[in-house]
Write a protein that binds this ligand. Structure first.
Ligand code: ZN
Ligand code: ZN
Length: 316
């Protein structure tokens, strides 16, 4: 966000040029002129502050000019964006924001209990895009505070699919003060379970129902052996999956061709029934299902759930 300058110390940013309140925000004392009514409508804490029982509200009674409200501990840029949004000043609201700035806005919106008023503006900021894992963790915390289940699912999905290191290493003070430790546990848990499930899909391929000859001619086992050798060759043996991102492993599994056995066929009376197993085609559905199941459920995380999979909808 912008650095404060001497100029800004004295100038007032007119979110509402004839507003009845000037918020003096942060250590840089950024001044934001706003309408108290808009803040009261969007935020219960502001509503209380500007009510008759608080000094600020009392000071406003019967006054000609605007009242100054000191908020030295708040993030000035974050509160500026929040005020611009709730005053419908869309020209002052950026369409995209750096992940750290999105979290700052989320922390401030959470503090003033106005995340609902920011629902649509924050939706754009919470798109995972091409962010690095560290930034995705910041956005995870922001989506958690904005209570945006769809964004939370999609951002955690990207973290689980594309990050192959420890999630705790992506943490920082800002993230830890915003989200519960359960998010880290659930990210690790779901990724581990998904790797195990991928290993199961790959190994279970040898039981594929196609291409089976039940007449003990060795047709089925020679394909099964070639299939297992191919898994090893393509770096898809179960223990190797720990060192690959899930997206890379799923991609390798999708592209792995069907094996060509090296051994010659043994004579079989039912040779006319022999057909090569279609391993690749038959694991496609399982891989798609696994891929589509990735991502954490915000409802479960916020309600203290410990299961990394559930049936809740993430459309809200
Ligand atoms: Zn046979
Ligand atoms: Zn759930």
């Amino acid at each position: 966000m912008d650095d404060p300058t001497d100029n800004k110390l004295s100038s007032v940013i007119n979110i509402a040029a004839d507003g009845d309140v000037i918020l003096v925000v942060g250590p840089e004392k950024m001044k934001l002129r706003v309408f108290s009514l808009f803040l009261k409508t969007a935020s219960k804490p502001f509503s209380a502050m500007f009510g008759p029982d608080w000094k600020e509200g009392h000071d406003m009674l019967g006054r000609d000019g605007p009242v100054e409200l000191l908020l030295p501990e708040d993030n000035a840029s974050a509160l500026k964006f929040i005020c611009a949004i709730i005053h419908h000043r869309n020209n002052q609201v950026p369409q995209t924001l750096a992940a750290g700035d999105v979290l700052e806005v989320a922390v401030t919106a959470d503090k003033y209990d106005c995340v609902d008023a920011l629902k649509f503006a924050s939706g754009n900021w919470l798109l995972p895009g091409k962010n690095e894992p560290g930034d995705l963790m910041l956005l995870t915390a922001a989506a958690y505070l904005f209570q945006n289940a769809k964004a939370f699912k999609e951002i955690t999905r990207q973290l689980i699919l594309n990050h192959d290191g420890p999630y705790l290493a992506l943490s920082c003070e800002e993230v830890e003060s915003a989200i519960t430790w359960r998010v880290f546990y659930l990210l690790e848990g779901q990724r581990s379970f998904a790797r195990l499930e991928l290993a199961e899909i790959l190994i279970a391929g040898i039981n594929d129902g196609t291409g089976i000859c039940v007449h003990k001619c060795g047709w089925t086992s020679k394909y099964a052996y070639a299939y297992l050798k191919l898994l090893e060759e393509k770096d898809l043996w179960p223990a190797r999956l720990l060192h690959l991102s899930l997206s890379k492993a799923i991609d390798l599994a999708e592209k792995m061709p069907d094996p060509i056995p090296g051994e010659p066929s043994i004579a079989c009376t039912y040779k006319y029934k022999h057909a090569a197993p279609e391993y690749r085609e038959n694991r496609r559905w399982s891989l798609d299902t696994l891929n589509n199941s990735i991502g954490l459920c915000l409802h479960c995380v916020r309600s203290g759930g410990t299961d990394s999979y559930c049936n809740h909808s993430s459309s809200t």
